[in-house]
Design a binder for this molecule. Structure first.
Ligand code: BG6
Length: 297
């Protein structure tokens, strides 16, 4: 593609265009994926009240949570990566098979060191396929002496017609911390999880795959993850929606957060070592899945 990294980085958004009205838009503020359209159908929820002022985290899409999940005595909730401007390392580039790739990076700077005094380098590689979006993350510790520990999570807001009709697989038998019940620990007894009230749970040691039913157009979405042992399920429901200035009171039925991450046991990165994790979001086209997945690998 003709656009250079420098020209794109001058603006705030980067667009991957796969053709057939299949695009992915990333805002450099937080390297937040703010749109993923497949054949012109938006798959991600972004609030109508989301702020794009480059200060607050963007309410919706896929914010990048690092190096802290949740409240943090040193800095902002969910860390600084989602409120820092990232660098476009490689502008969108078409691969031989027609897929489109772009790479973003974030390094420590004066701002990050004022909160968390460690050197680090993150690379975030996104690949847009016909019906899939791939996320590959690398974190490197360039220090010669200091180790650091961190949480990381992809805070995916799925767009759904009615959250009450969604089912999430893969959580049966998993232990979870229920943030709506003073962080008590429970074990999931349901085959599939549904959301019918304020929900804020950190499921631990979850399998590599979840399927979420009744997303856009009544389809199913597969979330495949590697090196992300936890899955957070969140919906603020009515009362908590009212408390958020950047979220409409009536929007909660149209979103479901399924968030893959390292939350309950932080990752410890020794000097000179790297950590890798990835996620794939895939729209399931009934009857055609295994063939397509195989061909794409
Ligand atoms: C979820 C947390 O991941 O993010 C919730 O489990 C939190 O507790 C939610 O409310 C949204 O967080 P924020 O900082 O974007 O309002």
């Amino acid at each position: 593609m003709a656009t250079t990294a420098a020209a794109m980085a001058a603006t705030s958004v980067v667009v991957l265009d796969r053709g057939n009205n299949t695009t992915c838009t990333i805002n450099l503020h937080g390297a937040t994926v703010v749109s993923w359209r497949v054949n012109n159908q938006e798959q991600l929820f972004v609030s109508k009240l989301a702020s794009f002022d480059g200060k607050k985290a963007i309410r919706g899409g896929i914010p990048f949570v690092f190096p802290q999940f949740g409240a943090w005595s040193f800095g902002p909730q969910h860390g600084f990566a989602r409120i820092t401007r990232w660098h476009l390392e490689r502008a969108p580039d078409r691969l031989h098979n027609g897929d489109v790739e772009a790479i973003f990076s974030l390094m420590d700077n004066e701002f990050t060191r004022s909160i968390w005094n460690y050197q680090f380098r993150i690379t975030y590689r996104l690949i847009l396929r016909e019906k899939e979006l791939h996320f590959h993350i690398g974190v490197y510790n360039p220090s010669k002496e200091l180790s650091f520990s961190f949480n990381m999570l992809l805070h995916t807001y799925l767009k759904v017609p009615d959250v009450r009709r969604c089912q999430i697989t893969g959580l049966h038998g998993c232990h979870f911390i229920d943030k709506t019940r003073e962080n008590a620990l429970y074990q999931e007894g349901r085959e599939v999880v549904t959301v019918n009230e304020w929900t804020d749970r950190i499921y631990q040691h979850t399998p590599q795959e979840h399927v979420i039913t009744n997303v856009v157009s009544g389809r199913k979405m597969r979330l495949h993850k590697y090196n992300f042992p936890d899955t957070v399920i969140w919906n603020p429901w009515i009362d908590r929606s009212r408390e958020m200035s950047d979220f409409g009171d009536d929007e909660f039925p149209n979103m479901l957060c399924v968030e893959a991450g390292n939350v309950t046991s932080p990752v410890i990165l020794l000097p000179g070592t790297a950590f890798e994790a990835s996620q794939i979001l895939q729209i399931i086209i009934e009857g055609n899945v295994s063939r397509k997945t195989k061909r794409n690998r």
